[in-house]
Design a protein around this ligand. Structure first.
Ligand SMILES: Cc1cc2nc3c(=O)[nH]c(=O)nc-3n(C[C@H](O)[C@H](O)[C@H](O)COP(=O)(O)OP(=O)(O)OC[C@H]3O[C@@H](n4cnc5c(N)ncnc54)[C@H](O)[C@@H]3O)c2cc1C
Length: 182
């Protein structure tokens, strides 16, 4: 039995797994192949790859330094905004990091301690509440597996299956906050 099962090893899931691993028995499931650095079969995420100053600050606060190999050219210092309806154009200064998103995700995964059970290449399918724990079903190479966990966390992105199945008709919360990448 796991204390916490996290579905999704993107920035949210990977960071959480890293932070809770010291205290809890953690299972982390992701459909991507995040076990190695072979990027040839990777699912490319739709992302601009810009790390905003707030996210940079949080990474620094957590005592982490972004490796240089993640950064890509060109680095950006100015953002051009266009309001097409009103025919307005503005420039403002903004210190984003331009980075390779896939490498960034894999760097975060590399920081997860070994005691977290990582099931990559594994597709989350469903959960069933059984008293005070969850039965979590996922498939790997078409084989079906079930694990038990006291807490289930859906970090499976914007199209979250877990959110869809728990919120039913009420798909969007009253207040929606996009937290960016960290
Ligand atoms: C077009 C576009 C451009 C963007 N550009 C930027 C940008 O420049 N800068 C920025 O900060 N943010 C950007 N974002 C937002 C950013 O991508 C998200 O905020 C961020 O990815 C959220 O992280 P997350 O960990 O919550 O989810 P995700 O990064 O989506 O991670 C979810 C993880 O869950 C896994 N998963 C999903 N379903 C399953 C399943 N059934 N079974 C197993 N695993 C599953 C996925 O493989 C993935 O690894 C952009 C978003 C879009 C759509």
């Amino acid at each position: 039995m796991y204390d916490i099962a996290i579905v999704g090893a993107g920035p949210a899931g990977a960071m959480l797994a890293r932070l809770v691993a010291k205290k809890y028995k953690v299972l982390l499931i992701d459909k991507r192949d995040l076990n190695n650095d072979n990027l040839s079969n990777s699912i490319v995420k739709c992302c601009g790859g810009l790390l905003a100053p707030d996210a940079q600050q949080i990474i620094a606060k957590l005592g982490l330094g972004l490796p240089k190999k993640i950064l890509v050219n060109p680095q950006l210092f100015t953002v051009r905004t266009m309001d097409l309806t009103n025919d307005l154009e503005r420039y403002y200064q903004r210190f984003y990091f331009n980075m390779d998103r896939e490498k960034f995700d894999r760097w975060l995964v590399s920081l997860i301690p070994d005691n977290v059970d990582k099931r990559f290449n594994s597709i989350y399918k469903s959960f069933k509440k059984n008293g005070d724990y969850f039965d979590i079903t996922y498939t790997k190479e078409r084989k079906k597996y079930t694990e038990k966990a006291k807490i289930l966390i859906g970090a499976d992105g914007g199209n979250s299956e877990i959110r869809k199945s728990t919120l039913k008709d009420n798909l969007l919360p009253d207040k929606y906050i996009n937290t960016g990448m960290v």
